[in-house]
Structure formats: C-alpha cells, structure tokens
Ligand binder design. Structure first.
Ligand SMILES: Nc1ncnc2c1ncn2[C@@H]1O[C@H](COP(=O)(O)OP(=O)(O)OP(=O)(O)O)[C@@H](O)[C@H]1O
Length: 221
C-alpha cells in the first residue's frame, strides 16, 4: 500500500494573531490555502479584514503564530523577497496616476509587457485609453485597478473591497476575472461587505471586536 502525502498548502496561517496599538485585532486564525482557492473575509467595520490582508502582504507582522508560504515563514527576509513577488494588492486607495497607460507603466516595472491593452479592453476602458486618469469616475478607476491586476499577473491576489463603486456589469467582470485567475491556479483573498459570487470559496467571518453599544440603527429597528 502506498501512502501519499497530502500536498503542502501554498499558504498556511498557523494560529496567527495580530496586535495594533497594543490591542488584539486578530486572534488565533488558522487557514490553509491551496492553489486555485479563494477566501472571502467578512465582518463588521473594524473587525480586522484589512488588517488580515495587510498582514498577508507583509505590512504588519503577526504578534503570534506564523504565516507559511510553501512551508517557509514569510517574515524571514530571504523568504519575503520571493514571497512579495507573488502578490498583487488592490485597496481603496487606488494609487493611480496621470494617464490610463499607467497600466503599461506597471507592466514595464514588472518586466512584462503585452497585456495592458487587452486588460483595459476587457475591463471596458478601451475607448478611454487616452484620457487622463483624473477624468475617470470612481467605478472607472476601480476598473482601471482591476486592469492593472490582470496586466501585472501575479498568483496571489489580495483584494480589499474590490467591488466598491462598480456597477452590476463591473461586478460581473470582477467575478469573471477572479474565476479565471483561480482556473489558472491563482489564489484570491477578498475582504468585502458587498455580495460577490465566488464559487467554492472559503469564508471567514471575523468577530465583532467590541461589545456593541446601542446605535442609531438599534433605535430605527
Ligand atoms: N494603523 C493602525 N494603527 C492602529 N490601529 C489600527 C490601524 N489601522 C487600523 N487599526 C485598527 O484596527 C482595527 C481593524 O481595522 P481594519 O481596517 O482591519 O478593519 P476592517 O474590518 O477592514 O474594517 P472596515 O470594514 O471598516 O473596512 C480597527 O479597530 C482600527 O481602528
């Protein structure tokens, strides 16, 4: 009889906690993530969804536990140098400058080229290619961020509220590109308040951090 070893998860969060300003934001998180998986993070305002993504991006370190990528702790500098090249980050701050062709600029920065125009077309921005980014609406800026995500093409996507400002078609495009990315073996983390259809995803609902006081919403009930 041959005993096959279970494959190592690409990412493993092992009893991870995170503190900020001497307060525990995340406590004892355990998650295994394999290629092609998606994890959807939900929870009330302030529950720690962005903190979770920031920790995965290496912006803040776990105060306890470890995050392993291919079995190696991402906080070790040699490992982090390799790990950070796997990440694609999308947040509410869009870091968009000047012309739409900043997608091409990001491509160049990555030593890749050729996907910018197709990505912009896919996200419905083709006819706006020569516009200044400051002329774009909120939803168009979000589409531009998504085009950049496609053009840069890294395996691990960290998406913080990716559907905010998107219209129904934009949200469907987002769902489509997430699905295609996963079909290619990519990994997607999504922190969201809005419903996004992501097939076979894991879901982690972070608990509310403070005992609730009466709010205006309670008075309206
Ligand atoms: N730079 C920081 N220093 C200290 N505390 C912070 C910092 N950034 C966020 N926090 C705190 O961490 C907690 C979690 O914030 P976080 O942004 O992760 O929540 P969230 O679940 O993403 O919330 P939201 O749904 O409002 O976006 C909050 O109480 C917040 O005040």
């Amino acid at each position: 009889m041959s005993l096959r070893k279970a494959p190592l998860p690409r990412l493993l969060l092992n009893n991870v906690s995170c503190m900020r300003n001497a307060q525990t934001i995340l406590k004892n998180i355990n998650v295994s993530v394999h290629d092609g998986s998606a994890l959807v993070l939900t929870g009330a305002n302030g529950a720690g969804k962005s903190t979770f993504l920031r920790m995965l991006a290496g912006f803040s370190r776990p105060s306890a536990g470890e995050i392993l990528w291919n079995g190696h702790d991402i906080t070790q500098s040699g490992v982090f140098q390799q790990y950070k090249l796997q990440l694609n980050w999308l947040s509410l701050k869009d870091a968009i400058k000047d012309k739409l062709n900043n997608v091409q600029w990001f491509e160049l920065l990555e030593g890749k080229s050729g996907k910018a125009m197709d990505s912009l077309e896919l996200m419905g921005l083709g006819r706006l290619i020569n516009e200044k980014a400051r002329m774009l609406s909120m939803g168009q800026r979000k589409r531009l961020q998504l085009a950049r995500l496609l053009a840069i093409d890294r395996p691990i996507w960290l998406l913080d509220e990716p559907s905010v400002a998107l219209d129904a078609d934009g949200t469907r495009l987002l769902e489509y590109i997430i699905s295609e990315h996963r079909n290619k073996g990519g990994i997607v983390f999504v922190a969201t308040h809005l419903p996004i259809e992501i097939r076979d995803s894991m879901c982690l609902r972070l608990p509310q951090r403070f005992p609730r006081r009466k709010t205006m919403v309670d008075l309206l009930d």
